[in-house]
Design a protein around this ligand. Structure first.
Ligand SMILES: [Zn+2]
Length: 183
């Protein structure tokens, strides 16, 4: 059972940030440490993890080491690059909002996005590209994700300095959200 995933990704949905470039940056920053055997592009938390990810509350009950070989309920980081556009949506996520009227875009938005169509707002009928939507903090979309596993939604957030450094990878701003109950 994964408690939740904190996901950082470029706002530009067409950005295909390089895994190698991102890995080097994150290793240099100390967000990630050693590679985890048998898990592709996955790393244990690095020496500066707690300087780059701020936890709410004074003593986070966070575990950085697995208890045994099968344990996946500890905090580790995975870099994922996909050739096709991915929508990551939490269980019971609320739909994103229209960029014009700020009302939820309704149920058909995922189908429209996956078919490469514009999203038409059911309230004001404004048509928009998926990356113009106002995303909430429980979903996102893109081709490249930095996943920080076993973070309770809202429990931790990246410091602004890390988000700025990530911007150097592809010259676009990054955002983050929480994936609830990913299974
Ligand atoms: Zn609207």
């Amino acid at each position: 059972m994964n408690q939740g995933i904190l996901i950082l990704h470029p706002e530009n949905i067409d950005s295909y940030a390089g895994v190698q470039q991102a890995t080097q940056l994150l290793l240099h920053d100390g967000l990630i440490g050693s590679a985890i055997d048998g898990m592709q592009n996955s790393y244990s938390a690095g020496g500066n993890f707690l300087q780059l990810i701020t936890f709410m509350g004074c003593s986070p009950h966070i575990r950085f080491e697995p208890e045994d070989e099968r344990d996946k309920a500890y905090c580790y980081i995975t870099l994922t690059a996909c050739e096709t556009l991915q929508i990551r949506v939490s269980e019971h996520a609320r739909p994103p909002r229209c960029c014009a009227c700020k009302k939820p875009v309704g149920k058909g938005w995922k189908t429209a996005v996956l078919q490469g169509e514009l999203i038409t707002c059911p309230h004001c009928h404004h048509q928009q590209q998926p990356d113009q939507l106002s995303w909430r903090n429980d979903s996102g979309m893109g081709r490249f994700f930095i996943e920080i596993h076993n973070i309770f939604p809202g429990e931790a957030q990246p410091v602004p300095r890390l988000m700025q450094q990530l911007q150097s990878i592809d010259a676009h701003p990054w955002r983050y959200f929480y994936l609830h109950s990913p299974g």
